[in-house]
Design a protein around this ligand. Structure first.
Ligand SMILES: [Zn+2]
Length: 145
């Protein structure tokens, strides 16, 4: 088991770390530092070259990526679902109008779209409507003469 490094070994020094090609821990020679936390290294047995990243930097990068990506995407998704469900509940008695380019829609109209399903008009411009569908909000054309 290789010990966890907290800083990069000097160039030309060797240290013990996992080699994917050998599938065991091997001594690797540091060829160059590519950043403060990454280096180019070479396995002393199979001579495969690879990029090495300090475990602490790797964990930090993974935590950052997780924080930046997943929760906000999930948050957006659940906010959208909540809005969609609330809109549909409040309009449950209304019949949906089939969507067409030539029809004219108003705010809070319920529409049925052949591709996107049932949606609710959120905002209206003279020639466009913003419609909340179950998966996403779409800008559609309406009132075309
Ligand atoms: Zn190797």
């Amino acid at each position: 088991m290789a010990e966890e490094l907290t800083e990069l070994p000097a160039v030309a020094k060797s240290f013990h770390t996992f080699c994917k090609k050998c599938d065991v821990d091997r001594y690797h020679k540091v060829l160059a530092h590519t950043s403060a936390t990454t280096a180019k290294i070479e396995c002393e047995v199979c001579h495969s070259k690879k990029a090495y990243k300090l475990p602490s930097a790797r964990k930090e990068a993974m935590a950052k990526a997780r924080a930046a990506r997943a929760p906000s995407a999930n948050q957006r998704k659940s906010n959208h679902q909540t809005e969609y469900n609330d809109l549909l509940n409040s309009l449950s008695a209304m019949e949906e109008k089939p969507y067409s380019l030539k029809a004219k829609f108003e705010i809070a109209n319920k529409i049925s779209h052949p591709k996107f399903g049932i949606g609710v008009v959120r905002t209206v411009q003279p020639d466009k409507i913003e419609v909340v569908f179950s998966d996403e909000v779409k800008l559609l054309i309406h009132n075309r003469q």
